[in-house]
Design a protein around this ligand. Structure first.
Ligand code: FES
Length: 348
């Protein structure tokens, strides 16, 4: 599942963010082909711990495979990443993720902070296909803008089809509308001012803090944008917390419960005890490696299907309604609520 890739380049994007470019050998080229908006999961052993994090691919198709990593306070992987050098190798999972833009061509992209990373690939691809792209990008100051040179180069290349709008919260710009944070009201004001065309867009893509995503999504849908046109990806947790276990989950785990797991055609049993927060945690404690990346309910790497029994999730930021209705769950968030739970990782 993971492949060792050599780091070709490390580029400082801001004081606390780097772009990491990888060499992909010819025999893995097809494996690492990506759809704009997908992410890579990087894996490293840091202080003896297996650490995995997902980072969006931030390059155009055909360019050196690149991700952007912003340092998070006390972030184990992001701190480790700042110390990497060209020539080193990292374990990298092939591209994944359903936050993708494949054929929409009149698109509005709304990002904040490191939420810009998938937008680089999405914007480059849509522009290369002849589309029109408007990007609203929120940051604190000019010097915290990631991929600034890349965005400027796109602007130079596609002057008439790429509209780039920087919103800054801690630096005053001449146009008052460009100051502050990216909110639903700000987006509507930009539309009213003619800077964004929400009427003809065939896709609105949001990436950043959950608070921004929820606010903009709610505002746009209230205003009449078809929810099916709005796509979003949360990139970090914003201090959002997991729900406490329900009474049913507590009662089920109180005396321990055996969960059956089907993975790669093999059936195993995971014993979930009262102290285990989720099935994924219980499996790790017992040395069973289930697929995972973010462990925060965001990446879907741990998606599986409840084939039997019942379960609840502590949180969910990535499964869509149809998946919930079809019985899918996120193992990193799953708590059994019945004693006959079967989780099938092989279910499509
Ligand atoms: S590991 Fe990312 S959603 Fe579960």
């Amino acid at each position: 599942m993971f492949h060792d890739l050599k780091i070709r380049e490390i580029r400082n994007e801001t004081a606390d963010a780097v772009a990491i470019g990888f060499d992909v050998p010819d025999d893995l080229a097809a494996t690492f082909e990506f759809q704009p908006g997908q992410h890579l999961t990087l894996r490293a052993t840091v202080d003896g711990q297996d650490v995995r994090r997902s980072y969006s691919i931030a390059c155009e198709r055909g360019a050196a495979l690149t991700v952007g990593v912003k340092q998070i306070e006390d972030g184990v992987f992001s701190t480790f990443a700042q110390s990497l050098n060209p020539g080193a190798t990292l374990s990298v999972m092939p591209p994944e993720g359903r936050f993708v833009c494949n054929d929409q061509s009149n698109i509005v992209l709304i990002a904040a902070g490191s939420g810009i990373t998938p937008m680089i690939a999405i914007a480059s691809d849509a522009l290369a296909r002849g589309g029109n792209v408007t990007l609203v990008y929120g940051n604190r100051k000019t010097d915290s803008i990631m991929f600034r040179e890349t965005l400027d180069a796109l602007k130079d290349r596609y002057l008439n089809r790429f509209t780039l709008i920087h919103i800054l919260s801690r630096e005053t710009q001449d146009v008052a509308l460009l100051n502050g944070r990216v909110t639903g009201d700000k987006v509507i004001s930009l539309a009213n001012a003619g800077a964004i065309d929400l009427e003809t867009t065939d896709g609105v893509f949001l990436c950043g803090p959950g608070e921004m995503i929820e606010d903009v999504t709610q505002t746009l849908t209230d205003r009449g944008t078809d929810p099916a046109l709005i796509h979003s990806e949360r990139f970090y947790q914003d201090g959002e917390t997991q729900r406490a276990p329900s009474a049913a989950a507590l009662a089920t785990a109180a005396n321990g419960v055996s969960v059956t797991v089907v993975l790669d055609g093999t059936t195993r049993t995971v014993q979930v005890e009262a102290d285990d927060n989720t099935v994924l945690d219980a499996a790790a404690r017992q040395g069973l490696e289930l697929p995972f990346s973010c462990k925060g309910g965001m990446c879907c790497t741990c998606r599986c299907k409840v084939a039997q029994g019942t379960a609840e999730m502590a949180t969910n930021y990535s499964l869509e309604n149809w998946e919930l209705e079809a019985g899918f769950t996120l193992a990193c968030q799953t708590r059994p609520t019945s004693d006959d739970l079967v989780l099938d990782f092989d279910a499509a």
